[in-house]
Design a protein around this ligand. Structure first.
Ligand code: 5RP
Length: 218
């Protein structure tokens, strides 16, 4: 079993007793979330609804016959399970390596509980080594890039990538992460920014991590 498979199955065992007929489960995006999706496909828990944070995850689940509900229709999920690119000891995260962070942040914000599942390579002392994904309205890309440069950041356009919302991504290094939520808020104030991949105003409630031999709650 890989560390991503291990953390997914450990997490499923931990949360499965919470499931009931009125339970709403939010599912994230990426290779670690996909391992959790594999277990959902196999176990088919009896819950009321599944909400997904990306077309990619929705498509995997639909191909197995699962119905995906709209967040607008079902209200807040009881639990959201998703991966991350970096996690610090305050459970603040960088997400968006897959470019799905805007919807991920919406589902996380709407959820009663957010469990982040990672392998140990994602644990960092300080956020910011992983390029920060910023979703931008296409016509604002150059303007936003200039504002980011003025903040000291170095943006790179993720060429050819279109988000589920029809927007573009700038991947940014060299930003100041001394106070992650301040950077999160400051970036989101730039006109044309849809959202960035810092999850500090809505961080994870629980982080579960694994290496190749064991998983544990941090
Ligand atoms: C997608 C994400 C993912 O959760 C993040 O990139 C981690 O992905 P993986 O589990 O494949 O390492 O934020 O936008």
């Amino acid at each position: 079993m890989t560390s991503k498979e291990l953390v997914a199955s450990y997490t499923y065992e931990l949360v499965k007793n919470k499931f009931h007929k009125d339970f709403i489960l939010g599912i994230g995006t990426g290779s670690t979330a996909n391992c959790f999706i594999e277990i959902i496909k196999k176990e088919k828990p009896e819950i009321k609804a599944l909400v997904s944070s990306s077309e990619a995850s929705s498509n995997i689940l639909r191909s197995e016959g699962f119905e995906i509900s709209e967040l607008n229709d079902v209200g807040g999920p009881d639990l959201y399970v998703d991966g991350a690119d970096e996690v610090n000891d305050k459970f603040e995260l960088i997400k968006g390596g897959g470019g799905a962070h805007t919807r991920e942040k919406i589902v996380a914000a709407a959820s009663r509980e957010f469990i982040c599942i990672i392998d140990d390579s994602k644990i960092v002392k300080k956020l910011g080594a992983f390029p920060l994904a910023i979703e931008v309205i296409p016509s604002a890309r150059s303007y936003v890039a200039r504002q980011i440069v003025a903040m000291g950041g170095k943006p790179t356009y993720r060429v050819g990538f279109v988000t589920d919302n029809g927007n573009q991504i700038l991947d940014v290094i060299n930003l100041n992460f001394d106070v992650p939520y301040e950077t999160e808020i400051r970036l989101n104030r730039i006109p044309g920014v849809v959202d960035n991949g810092i999850f500090a105003t809505r961080k994870a409630d629980k982080v579960i991590s694994a290496d190749s031999s064991e998983a544990r709650c941090l």
